[in-house]
Structures are given as structure tokens and as C-alpha cells.
Design a binder for this molecule. Structure first.
Ligand code: NAD
Length: 335
């Protein structure tokens, strides 16, 4: 059994690669290193540089490494950029997926795990937990490519006898080791770190939502827990022809408000300055928290790491690349 991990040099992909390798699986990574960092990968993991848009290298990797399963993480992930460059996102995330699935079906590979996102839900209509049956209504081209990607994966799986799992990640943060940390500044944790590093107060967009403290509530998932969910998904696809397809949320099932998170970041970094409250951003749902029930039942998986571990590990990773941020640690300005 050899798994091809596309996007394995990326933030999440590197964690997944290590988790599978540590569990005794053979892995090979395909990555065009457009946003990936090869040094994230252990030296004994083969890295093939190439794009999923290019069928020929894919076929070569499948044959040379005798690939029997694929975990597909490669793609573009910035919501705002997808609004400005929809064609780029559809080409990379959706056309790329058709090229990959074509090669997978041709090679007779029977196991496929796909990185989807809670972005498929858009603005969930109620404050209840978001289940896999909650209607999908993505708000951005990025979310659309993930939803249509799920359709493609399931349809191809059914047509070609491929067992598939689509994992809908909620808000991913943290690092399994400092050198594996996210280097982008697109999610709330690195965004707040970035503000503090610049000696600026964190920003909170809206504190008049119908939630306990008025700020938006989200479900944060530690990237190491997420990597374990991939391992569980890979194992499930091995349950023979009956494995079929599964689409499942990967979240903790617990909500954390933006204000709670910002306060915790203040404690961890030592910079407890008050946040600036700015107007609401259009499209932000008041509450988006996963139901983790199906993940427990179908994958035997649940999150075990908490938000503090997430923020502490992310901060260690941030300090590695931004040593100047250590000055935050003596900057407690709560008064
Ligand atoms: N980070 C999150 O919060 C989050 C949430 C939901 C879903 N996801 C999804 O998880 C996946 C991984 O995200 P990430 O945060 O690790 O992002 P990332 O940018 O760190 O990783 C993406 C990896 O894919 C590679 N890649 C991009 N286009 C490629 C192509 N055409 N061919 C081969 N390799 C290519 C990049 O070089 C990079 O190594 C993405 O599909 C993303 O949409 C991420």
C-alpha cells in the first residue's frame, strides 16, 4: 500500500504525510511547491515536483511508486483571492481534480481522500451545530470549487468503484512542530500574531452578534488532530467495496468566540492589549460549529487537542519565522 499525498509540502499536507508515515504507511508526495516548503518533509519521504494539472507526471508517479491510494490536498485556499481570480481557482481546484481523478481511474486506484472545507456551507442558516445534512451554499468561488470537487469525487468513486472520503475541515490552526507551522496570514490566529508583531492591536469584526459575548463563534481544530482524521479516513477506504463514499465534518463540536480566542492569544504571547472592535464584515456567520457526531461514528475519530495547545504551538511556529515577535512577550499592556 502506497499513498500519494498531493500538496504534501503544504501546511496541512506535511502533517498528514508525517502522520501516515508514523503509522507505518508508505507515502510519496506530489507538490508543485507553489506555496509548499520541501523542508517540511522528512528526508526519507520522496517528493516529486509537479502539478496535478499535468496528467503525465501523475501517471509516472502512480506507476513508479505503485500507488494504491491518494490523499488530495493540493489546491488554492484563499477565499478573497478566489473572488478576484475565479478562473484561477476553478482551474487549479476543479480542473486539477478532473485531471487527477482521470489518472486515478485509469490506474485502477481504489482509495481517495479529498480535502474539502466548511466553506461549502457558506453562512449556516441556524445557530445549531452544522451537520453534514445542513444545506450547502458556498459564498465564494473557493467554496464552490470545494463543493463541486466533492460532487466530482463522489461521482467518479461510484462510477469506477473507488472508495472515497471528503473531509470538511473547520478552522484549522496550530502546528505539530514549529517548522511545520502555517506561514500564511489568512486565518485568525496568524492574523492576530501579525498585528501584535507590528505592535498593533488585534481587530475584532463586530461585537453585536447574537452570541454570548457578541463576537462570532467558530470551531477550531488542531492540525495534528486533523492529520489523525486523514489517517482514519485512509483506513476507512480500505474496508473493501462496502466502504462507498463518506462526506464528513472535521471539527471539535465546540464553539470558541473571537473574543475568547483573542484573549487566549494575549495570554500566550504576553501581549494583552485590548482589541479594536471594527464593523461586521459582510458574509460572516454569527456561529459556525461542526457536529462531530458522524466523524466519531464513521471514522472513530474525535478532536483531543484544545485551543490553548493550538495557540501555543502556532506561536512557537510563528516565533521561528518572526524572531522579532519575542518582544511581544514583555509587552503586557492590559491596564
Ligand atoms: N488551512 C485551512 O484552514 C483549510 C481549511 C479547509 C480546507 N483546506 C484545504 O486543505 C488543503 C491544504 O491546505 P493548506 O492550508 O495546507 O494550504 P497550503 O497552501 O499550505 O498547501 C497546499 C499545497 O498544495 C501545493 N499545490 C498547490 N497547487 C498545486 C498543484 N496544482 N499541483 C501540485 N501541488 C499544488 C502547494 O505547493 C502546497 O504545498 C487545500 O486544499 C485547502 O483548500 C485548508
Amino acid at each position: 500500500m502506497t499513498w500519494l499525498i498531493t500538496g504534501g509540502a503544504g501546511y496541512i499536507g506535511a502533517h498528514v504525510t508525517r502522520a501516515l508515515a508514523a503509522a507505518g504507511e508508505r507515502v510519496v508526495v506530489l507538490d508543485d511547491v507553489s506555496s509548499g516548503i520541501p523542508e517540511r518533509l522528512p528526508a526519507d519521504i520522496p517528493l516529486v515536483r509537479g502539478s496535478i494539472l499535468d496528467g503525465e507526471p501523475l501517471r509516472r508517479v502512480f506507476a513508479e511508486h505503485e500507488v494504491t491510494g491518494v490523499v488530495h490536498l493540493a489546491g488554492r485556499k484563499q477565499v478573497g483571492e478566489s473572488v478576484e481570480r475565479p478562473l484561477h481557482y476553478y482551474r487549479e481546484n476543479l480542473h486539477g481534480l478532473t485531471v487527477l481523478l482521470d489518472a486515478v481511474a485509469e490506474a485502477g486506484i481504489q482509495r481517495f481522500v479529498f480535502s474539502s472545507s466548511a466553506a461549502v456551507y457558506g453562512n449556516p442558516p441556524t445557530a445549531d451545530l452544522v451537520t453534514e445534512d445542513t444545506p450547502c451554499a458556498p459564498l465564494s468561488p473557493y467554496g464552490e470549487t470545494k463543493l463541486a470537487g466533492e460532487w466530482l469525487v463522489r461521482a467518479t468513486g461510484r462510477a469506477h468503484g473507488i472508495a472515497t472520503v471528503c473531509l470538511r475541515y473547520f478552522n484549522v490552526a496550530g502546528a505539530g512542530a514549529p517548522e511545520l507551522a502555517d506561514t500564511g496570514v489568512f486565518n485568525i490566529v496568524p492574523m492576530v500574531f501579525d498585528r501584535l508583531t507590528r505592535d498593533e492591536a488585534p481587530r475584532i469584526f463586530g461585537d453585536d452578534y447574537p452570541t454570548a459575548d457578541g463576537t462570532c463563534v467558530r470551531d477550531y481544530i488542531h492540525v495534528s488532530d486533523l492529520a489523525r482524521a486523514h489517517l482514519a479516513a485512509c483506513r476507512r477506504t480500505g474496508e473493501g467495496a462496502g466502504a462507498g463514499d463518506l462526506t464528513v465534518n472535521v471539527g471539535s463540536g465546540t464553539g470558541v468566540s473571537v473574543r475568547e480566542l483573542v484573549t487566549l492569544i494575549g495570554e500566550v504571547t504576553g501581549d494583552r492589549r485590548p482589541a479594536l472592535v471594527e464593523p461586521r464584515r459582510p458574509g460572516d456567520a454569527p456561529v459556525a460549529v461542526a457536529s462531530a457526531r458522524l466523524a466519531g461514528e464513521a471514522l472513530g475519530w474525535k478532536a483531543v487537542l484544545g485551543v490553548r495547545e493550538m495557540v501555543e504551538s502556532a506561536w512557537e511556529g510563528w516565533l521561528l519565522r518572526h524572531p522579532e515577535a519575542r518582544s511581544c512577550e514583555g509587552r503586557a499592556t492590559e491596564d
